[in-house]
Write a protein that binds this ligand. Sequence first.
Ligand SMILES: [Zn+2]
Length: 375
Amino acid sequence: MKAVVIRNGTDRQYVTVTDIPKPGPIGPEEVMIRVLSVGLDGTDREIVMDRYGVLPEKAEQMVIGHELLGTVEQAGAASGFEAGQFVTVLVRRPCGSSACLPCRHGQQDYCRTGLYTERGIRAADGFLCEYVSELAQYVVPIPQACASYGVLVEPQSIVEKAWSQIACIQRRVAWEPGTVLITGSGPLGILTALTCRSMGLETHVWSKSGRDSANARLIRRCGAFYHEARESAQPGEVEPFAGGLNAFAVEQGIRPDMIWECSGHTPLAFESMKLLAPNGVLAILGVASGDTRLNIPSDALNQEIVLNNKCIVGSVNASRADFETGIGRLQTIEAQFPGMLTALLTDRLTMEQVPGLDFTGIAVKAVVDLASMET
Ligand SMILES: [Zn+2]
């Protein structure tokens, strides 16, 4: 069967399309999945650009892709699944260390050892291939009504994990969030905006995309406010912390109760610490792969955080519960903003287009289609 893999080259890893054996016969607790679509995100961009991706030990290649929509081709007798069901699959697997309490409790998204594997990212084959077999415990059913946007369940699970952490933290105080700021307008930023709008929150998105970009138009369509970021540093200025976000927010009178950092541009996280309202939460979801260094007013930030009970939380990956909550949330979003979720899936690709893909040319989100839903 056809697969998109990352391989070790002589001087760098590279991505290519190849033939690999179809997964073998499944066990009673396993499911054989026919892959319909696989979404691509920033992690895939890093893998295609050889900045990330860890091959399994001694393996020569690894199938990439971790945002799956598929149908059950064959269900093991004890799997609890039926042929024809739409499904997605969890990404991370536990590290197996007896010393890792979260992994031992099925909370591998909180793995402490760093020795977890992730399908399509870290030391385990992913989903960008025609068939995938998996233990039923990692397979999540998707209602047929959600199939057209089912490929968004994995990215939505990232939003849900962060949201459940915020909800958990905020049990500490009487709190009624009114205003939300999201930095970054990629698919994660847009899904966060849709989620916040579905809860009726005043939602502001700050991002470098142009005000007439597809991202900006989608954000406005769900009733959120889109703000095109100014350069946070003037040309020739060495202090990227100084400008931009705070000046804008003060000018607009915005004091967010929640800030979601979805851009991976780290200066924004530090600017957000000041901007956040008292008792607020800053959730950092964007991942930075560069070497940015900042000269920050650390004493002033200390006062902001301590004297105002502010909380900063990092969030990565997601659990089965977050996938399941995500499915419900996507249905709510679809009911409230019909057509918005499929409108987010702007670039439909073939497997052959993935190696050497120019991610900067993607309007909002790219999806690789392997088979149609009807066949
Ligand atoms: Zn672990």
